[in-house]
Ligand binder design. Structure first.
Ligand SMILES: Nc1nc2c(ncn2[C@@H]2O[C@H](COP(=O)(O)OP(=O)(O)OP(=O)(O)O)[C@@H](O)[C@H]2O)c(=O)[nH]1
Ligand SMILES: [Zn+2]
Length: 295
């Protein structure tokens, strides 16, 4: 029995990379296909193989996984966030951060298109970025001299996936990291070929000493897949403060003695983050429970 990581899946076949770097092609056992458990790219699996004919026997427990792209055991998700064109939208960034926190994937915020900013806009973004750093997120600016090296350093020895809204610059950045990818960039060229790639499978590609998913991740349209009471778990600065709320289980909305609202009033938590919290709260409340199929 051997153990390795699935780096590509293609019509029922799985390419598994061994610790030595060798890649072997296998299939999943019939039982896997019958049961719900389906191997994902990124999974560590036990398998047997000889002469390129092999079978996966077991999938190791997953650290985490994403649905789009379908990939397991992700160390870092790079949220590519345009500082301009389209304008920076804190709500969108927060949505991705919350979704990643809920999925137990570590985010890294990459501000793209910094070169397009005027001086005053620059200061504004810096200010915003400082806040995100202060609550524990890594931030990289596209115009900093060492941006590229810093990113490479962070991705080294890790599995990463890139996400961000359309036009944020994901493909541009991925191409820069790995020119062999040859992803199309810009609206027009992509609009022409869109649809062709919709069923494309994700592959983990080796870039220097990093493994990067070649398919960008979910955007902001994802629904939140957790109960509303859990929402504050995914705002790290809320987690730190909420034990000071007067009521246990405080939702930080209209309750008296809410430490979160006090923190917003004195500015230790930004209004923008609190606005996102409230907006997501309403959103989750309005979402239909999954088990309901009618109305
Ligand atoms: N000035 C400037 N333009 C950039 C930068 N990054 C990307 N762009 C441009 O922004 C446009 C969109 O970039 P893409 O890389 O295609 O964006 P994407 O996130 O892959 O977009 P989708 O595939 O639609 O999700 C392209 O015209 C890029 O050339 C940057 O740092 N500075
Ligand atoms: Zn509270």
């Amino acid at each position: 029995m051997k153990t390795g990581r699935i780096i590509r899946s293609l019509s029922g076949y799985y390419d598994i990379q061994l610790p030595s770097g060798d890649i072997q092609r296998t299939r999943a056992r019939g039982e896997f296909r019958k049961s719900k458990q389906k191997p994902l790219v990124g999974d560590f699996v036990d398998f047997e193989s000889e002469n390129d004919e092999g079978f996966i026997w077991a999938i190791h427990e997953r650290e985490n996984f994403l649905v789009r792209p379908p990939i397991a055991n992700i160390d870092i998700a790079v949220i590519v966030t345009a500082a301009k064109e389209p304008d920076f939208a804190p709500n969108l960034l927060d949505r991705q951060l919350v979704a990643l926190e809920a999925a137990n994937v570590r985010p890294l915020i990459y501000f793209s298109k910094m070169d397009l900013l005027e001086k005053s806009e620059h200061e504004k973004i810096n200010h915003v970025a400082n806040y995100y750093q202060s609550i524990g997120y890594d931030v990289i600016f596209s115009d900093s001299k060492s941006a590229f090296e810093a990113l490479k350093m962070m991705l080294k020895d890790h599995v990463s996936v890139f996400m961000g809204q359309t036009g944020a610059g994901k493909s541009t950045l991925l191409n820069h990291l790995s020119p062999q990818l040859g992803l199309e960039t810009g609206e027009v060229s992509k609009a022409l070929s869109r649809g062709k790639h919709t069923t494309r499978q994700v592959t983990l590609i080796e870039v220097d000493e990093a493994l990067i998913a070649d398919t960008p991740g979910f955007s902001s349209y994802e629904v939140f897949d957790f109960p509303v009471e859990e929402l504050d778990d995914y705002f790290p600065e809320f987690v730190e403060k909420r034990q000071d709320c007067r009521f246990r289980g405080c939702l930080h909305l209209n309750e008296p003695g809410c430490a979160i609202k006090e923190a917003v009033a004195v500015g230790t938590i930004t209004q923008s983050r609190y606005n996102s919290y409230k907006a997501f709260y309403e959103l989750i409340k309005a979402q239909k429970p999954k088990y309901k199929t009618d109305n």
